[in-house]
Design a protein around this ligand. Structure first.
Ligand SMILES: [Zn+2]
Length: 115
């Protein structure tokens, strides 16, 4: 049976553009024995669930803010787009995903959407 850590790796988030700030959280959980229940991308941002002490939630929140501005595919600065589902992507990957002329239509104004 796979450990939760291996399952998360299968989901790809630890190989994604977000790995640089998700991996340290996972490492800290392993080190301190915190129980992670789920790590995923939702509405274009990071979700990191489990039983953690208060100070760790601050780190999760910080990582969540980074995820909202970091390309899920490559880790470059990005924005959140919506077409069928939310994705946070850099201009390059957004263009590949949606086509250059349509990017602006799919960009989400985070001030207007309660994520
Ligand atoms: Zn990218």
């Amino acid at each position: 049976m796979k450990t939760p850590y291996e399952l998360f790796a299968d989901e790809g988030i630890l190989k994604s553009g977000w790995a640089s700030f998700v991996q340290p959280l996972v490492d800290e959980c392993k080190e301190k024995g915190y129980q992670i229940t789920q790590i995923k991308e939702k509405f274009g941002t990071l979700r990191f669930y489990g039983a953690f002490p208060d100070e760790f939630y601050e780190k999760i929140e910080e990582a969540g803010k980074k995820s909202a501005n970091t390309c899920y595919k490559c880790g470059k600065p990005g924005k959140t787009y919506f077409i069928h589902w939310f994705l946070t992507l850099c201009p390059e990957h957004a263009e590949k995903q949606y086509g250059a002329e349509r990017i602006a239509d799919y960009e989400i104004d985070k001030n207007e959407v309660d994520l």
